[in-house]
Design a protein around this ligand. Sequence first.
Ligand code: NDP
Length: 241
Amino acid sequence: MKTVLITGGSRGIGKCIAENLARDGYNVVLNYNKSEKQARQIQKDLKEQGIKIEICKADVSKREDVKKLVKFTLNKFKNIDVLVNNAGIAKLQMFNDITDEDWNEIIATNLNSAFYCTQETLPNMIHNKNGCIINISSMWGIVGASCEVAYSVSKAGINGMTKALAKELGLSNIRVNSVAPGVIDTEMNNNIDNAIKEEIKNETPLNKIGKPIDIYRCVKWLIEDEFTTGQVISPNGGYVI
Ligand code: NDP
């Protein structure tokens, strides 16, 4: 049975990926940071369906927490076959309003986390000569978003890491890809005005806002695929082509 470690699994996209992969029969370690109650609820709900998952608190923007998270996963399941770097935060603000604290928090949570999680997981994957790393990026990392410069930079960084690392790890049979979603209906977008969401929907060729399940489907495909690496795949309804 394959083992998946997913960061930021307590809500939204991460929750959907974790729940569905658990239903598909994967061993799942769901990481959370602040939302302990939600993480416990997911574990409880799945248990009632006869499915066991592990949950582990860690602030993935911190190296020491990530070390503990990876150790926890290896103690439980011996291997990590799939790492999904999903944890992320966003903040809408004008470029000149970004403080050093804002900048550092966004880069640490969205980009450094993927650096730490990947580095701590790699020795096990290299030893097994097998692994799949999926970085949840964003279409804004491809085209840039006004009033989300720090976020766009963090996601563009993720895409750069994906491409460079895929070249380095190919011979170890480790695939590295980015999934760069369009706008997805989660709590992350609660602060976006409904009128703006409607506008985005109308400008999207498929005429809809995405759902977490759309991202799960892409992740699942990447896990099962054997010839895709170094790619930035963007399920976005055609908003960015
Ligand atoms: P949510 O805000 O719904 O969920 C974010 C998740 O990240 C939560 O589970 C949260 O956990 C976790 N998280 C945040 N900071 C940390 C941290 N320091 N350590 C561990 N976990 C952390 O967001 P989404 O589900 O929408 O987003 C998931 C990913 O998808 C993000 O990387 C986001 O950038 C990306 N994305 C989202 C899009 C969207 O439109 N929703 C579009 C494109 C990309 P907790 O609450 O426990 O701290």
